[in-house]
Write a protein that binds this ligand. Sequence first.
Ligand code: FE2
Ligand code: FE2
Length: 532
Amino acid sequence: MQTDDILDSLLTFSEEIAEINDYMLLEEKLLFYAKKLVGADRGTVWYCDDRQKTIYTHLADGIDQLTIPMNTGLVGTAIQTEESIICNDVSKNPKHYSAIDLKTGYKTKNTIIIPFKNAANEIIGALQILNKDNGKSDFCQTDLRLLNLAVSIVGATLNTIFLNFQINKIFEYVASVADEGDVNSILARLADMGKDILRAERTTIWLADNNKTLSAKVAQGIQNKVSIPFDSGLVGHSYITGEPVICNDPYNDSRFNQEIDKQTGFITKSVIAMPLRTSDGRVVGAFQCVNKIGRSGKFEEADFLRMKMIASYIAKTAELNELTKEIENTQKELIFRLGAAGETRSKETGNHVKRVAEYSAILAKYYGLDKESIETLLIASPMHDIGKIAIPDEILNKPGKLTATEFDIMKKHAEFGHEILAGSSREILKTSAIIALQHHEKWDGSGYPSRLEGENIHIFGRITALADVFDALGSDRCYKKAWQLEQIYELINEQSGKHFDPTLVEIFFKHLDEILEIRHHLSDEFGHPYAS
Ligand SMILES: [Fe+2]
Ligand SMILES: [Fe+2]
């Protein structure tokens, strides 16, 4: 090729690739112009797979994708040594990997190989050009310089694409994290994100707890739950000092704790750890990546920035989880106390609402409701009798049978309760409102206030009805003494299909052991004022 033609080709090449934002197209252009510049027959773009310890063809003339062990053949050697190779008689070179020619039927006579790097200056693959003038001419130093030039022109674009690729990966992770509802899943996604973006073999999220230990919240490759003293190892060092740590020779670092390696059989070769800091600056744990993938195997200061971004996500998630738990617990306690207030006015013990909630959860579980509904029911059912706060004392606590008029007033507690709770957009309050309104409806339509029948009664209402009656009968009330269990079973059986949903009655007896365990566990600690 004449100098003018070479210059023209290089110019067109750089103009064309400036427009490209896609790996494959870029590689196609590179191969096309590389072959043109040196007058060669074929070309291949190879990439390294550091995790699998292989190299593979990404784009190749005349062959399907091929994967060979890393460090194999002339390409493997060029990648390993980070040096270009010219070989004008491959048949005489012991490093030549002849298996590919045997497989494809193509005869390689001579070749030239140029390794290329990514933005982080790590070798990620190689350009291989085969058979100059169909193997009739030798590759020369000028060819090498021309191909180096072509690779470096692509290199700049390759870097941009590589960076875009990384940014997209971050976006993908951030989007997938946003889709996760559960804190543990979010933390697991963030740990994966760290592994991919920092190119590490393993990552661990360590969170501090009250016992002066760091517990592995997400630990890749570790089966059992692991806890370490808060000042132990490189992670402990990062946690205590609040500073990031890099260590590329842990076995010669006195701060490194070899214990976990001994337990798991894993060998730690390099570590990077970053403290997890909440928005008010508290250090709540540390994020750790182990064993950098790639030929250097070393973490570098440049990794800190990426690590810091992920660590801040992790810290915010952990913090948010703490706050959510606090709010949920407060909410639960308020509901129990409110529910118990209704019960206390009617001189029932506080544990009644707790037991009803637990029985309801068991019935709901075996009825087949989903986890979320069970949890909502568990929280909401203690409010079933909240409407009793609107019932006059003389009726609510009348020691004896109510007159018909009094009973009509008493029945109003269902609608009062509904009025108190209805109209909220909160799931728990919506559920409580349904339960308050429907817990006295009966399967055969003879209940109150709406005489609903069968499955027209919400499943939450049907469940709470059975749980409530079972517990009320078993407890002393102002108008009656506690029944014996056998008597209660008899009534429940007899009322199956009348008062109660028969499916629920069946579930009740099938899982009676669990119900009785709760009854025992949450029995009233204190004597009832009306008990003799
Ligand atoms: Fe009630
Ligand atoms: Fe009740």
